[in-house]
Design a protein around this ligand. Structure first.
Ligand code: SF4
Length: 233
């Protein structure tokens, strides 16, 4: 478990970065767990960053579920890009901007698939299988996925790396930010702090999921979380 620090407001930390970067459009490698969680994050951050969604989730069980989630992720990106492109064509944005109105500009979102080798996940959580969701098994799962995201961000020369995972009310934003920053530091890339559930982010993701008709799974992803969910039904 990562060391506890004084309580940090990671949404405020993110806003400090947005303020610091307001004169340019940095690149961001955004690790995503699924389309619903990414929906609000993309709507929010595509105004500020040139985003590549990185889908690396070898934890997902079974393979058919993985295929379903990755296809939904790709569909969401296509539809968000098309919607933003349409808005660009139909809005009289330049006129509105010139008249001082606050007009949002969205940058095109790209997609990058990671490997899908479930053995990487089972190896990472070996001995932790029976620990309930939210515990050390999940921290090992975060470490695996964020280490890979940081490595790919470094190789691709991205300005920042982060994850959509902090949007979930079931996930510990403190643990995610500590683990993510350690992984980013180890690779020499900047970690973008976040707590996307703040500012009604989770609620907005539910609205966007309905708007885009997204498939919303009822378990986190791994076989153990699936078993826990089935046992609680
Ligand atoms: S419950 Fe979710 S975060 Fe935890 S180990 Fe399973 S897939 Fe990973």
């Amino acid at each position: 478990m990562p060391q506890q620090q004084n309580k940090i407001n990671y949404q405020k930390e993110l806003e400090k970065v947005l303020d610091k970067e307001k004169e340019r459009v940095p690149t961001l490698l955004l690790h995503s767990c699924c389309a619903p969680c990414s929906s609000y994050v993309l709507e929010y951050l595509a105004q500020y960053f040139s985003i590549t969604v990185f889908y690396y989730n070898p934890n997902i069980y079974p393979e058919a579920e993985y295929e379903k989630r990755v296809e939904e992720q790709q569909r969401l990106i296509r539809e968000m890009n098309a919607k933003n492109q349409l808005a660009l064509c139909t809005d009289d944005r330049q006129e509105k901007k010139a008249s001082g109105q606050n007009i949002k500009e969205y940058h095109e979102i790209r997609f990058l698939a990671g490997r899908f080798d479930p053995q990487e996940f089972y190896h990472a959580v070996k001995g932790l299988e029976k620990i309930p969701e939210g515990g050390e098994r999940c921290h090992a799962c975060f470490r695996l996925r964020l280490a890979e995201a940081a490595k790919i961000a470094k190789e691709g020369n991205y300005d920042y790396v982060t994850t959509t995972l902090t949007i979930s009310p079931l996930k510990n934003a403190e643990a995610l930010n500590v683990i993510g920053r350690e992984a980013a530091d180890a690779c020499g890339v900047a970690w973008l702090p976040s707590d996307f559930k703040k500012k009604n982010g989770y609620r907005r993701s539910v609205e966007l999921s309905a708007e885009y008709g997204l498939y919303r799974q009822d378990y986190c992803g791994c076989v153990f979380s699936k078993q826990e969910r089935e046992a609680s039904k």
